[in-house]
Design a protein around this ligand. Structure first.
Ligand SMILES: [Zn+2]
Length: 350
């Protein structure tokens, strides 16, 4: 018999050490008894992989303490998934402060692949394919080819009303895609170009899904909940936080948006060479965890969406944890120490 898992409520499954902030970021701080082994390994481990991959390849790829390189092209972050050989394009939506994975068809030597953000729906290729099957409505708006792009960037064609990309490994491959689009033989070209895979509806389609922004947000939310559990454990089990706990636990859906905001506007809450997690009541009834990774702002996590009040009206809670990712140590500040840390970093108005 264990303390109830803060996510699923289980009291019987063995506990495994759940890292407050993902271990792959160089942290050793763990919850020993609060998260069951199933939530930790079955549910959260794959989410953590998505988040770590995203931070290393996209959001913090240029950071000197990280080694994976990034190519930035026309508002797109472009990164190579080495396992599949498929390039991924991520656009940062300035209005929503959210990253968007552009759906794309990629022609490789062994066939065609479709890459998308899983949270857009696993059937989104059908929408794209429908448009590609009606070439009269297509307009080739943009073609980027080798010579005009960084040398690591394969050819890209952007087309149609929807936001997606067509890609090939070289210019010749791109020309084949364009020709097939213009004469309406896009899917037949794909059949000829490689072995068959997947469903009967699109027998040529490998349907690989490389990236899920929803999973990245869930992993971020989970870290925030873990931090509350570590720093102020009496708070995490309150009913006001039920929504975000559920968000971390369940497959992403539209109704669960509104907890995680990718945000780089809080530079004053950052310490160079550290990850920083700040639990704060920033205004009446609004409770957030600010997460900075590798000394740069990353995300703001609201602990309740909209008008939920996790800690009760008028409550003010502060906690700060700084993680030294090189020595794998951390410093936790509570109460007046945390308030002092906040006050020292709050810009003076005017
Ligand atoms: Zn659990």
């Amino acid at each position: 018999m264990f303390k109830a898992c803060i996510y699923c409520g289980d009291t019987t499954k063995p506990r495994t050490a759940e890292h407050v902030l993902q271990q792959a970021f160089g942290t050793n701080l763990v919850l020993k008894e609060d998260v069951c082994g199933d939530c930790n390994t079955v549910v959260f481990s794959p989410l953590d992989t998505h988040l770590v991959d995203y931070v290393r390849k996209v959001s913090h790829a240029g950071h000197p303490d990280l080694t994976v390189e990034r190519t930035l092209l026309d508002g797109l972050f472009v990164c190579l998934d080495e396992a599949s050989g498929v390039w991924q394009s991520v656009r940062l939506d300035q209005r929503q402060s959210k990253p968007i994975v552009l759906s794309q068809f990629v022609m490789l030597d062994d066939g065609m692949r479709f890459v998308c953000d899983k949270s857009q729906g696993e059937d989104s290729y059908k929408t794209v394919l429908a448009e590609l099957s009606a070439p009269v409505e297509l307009s080739m708006k943009e073609v980027l080819v080798p010579g005009e792009t960084p040398p690591v960037q394969p050819a890209i064609a952007k087309t149609g009303k929807l936001k997606y990309l067509l890609r090939a490994a070289d210019e010749a491959g791109l020309e084949r895609l364009r020709a097939a689009l213009n004469d309406g033989t896009f899917s037949r070209l794909s059949v000829k170009s490689g072995p068959t895979h997947g469903s009967t509806e699109a027998p040529w389609l490998k349907g690989e899904i490389q990236f899920s922004i929803g999973d990245i947000e869930r992993a971020t939310a989970k870290a925030a909940v873990n931090f509350v559990c570590f720093a102020l454990p009496q708070l995490v089990r309150l009913s006001g936080m039920a929504g975000i706990r559920k968000f971390a636990l369940e497959p992403y859906s539209e109704e669960h948006t509104g907890y995680v905001f990718m945000d780089n506007r809080l530079p004053h809450l950052v310490t160079a060479g550290r990850h920083t997690m700040v639990l704060a009541s920033i205004s009446k009834g609004e409770h957030v965890v600010v997460i900075a990774l590798y000394g740069e702002p990353f995300a703001v996590v609201k602990l309740a969406s909209d008008d939920g009040q996790p800690f009760g009206p008028g409550a003010e809670e502060f906690a700060v944890c700084e993680f030294d990712y090189k020595s794998r140590t951390h410093t936790l500040l509570l109460d007046t120490d945390a308030v002092r840390w906040m006050m020292a970093r709050t810009p003076v108005a005017g």
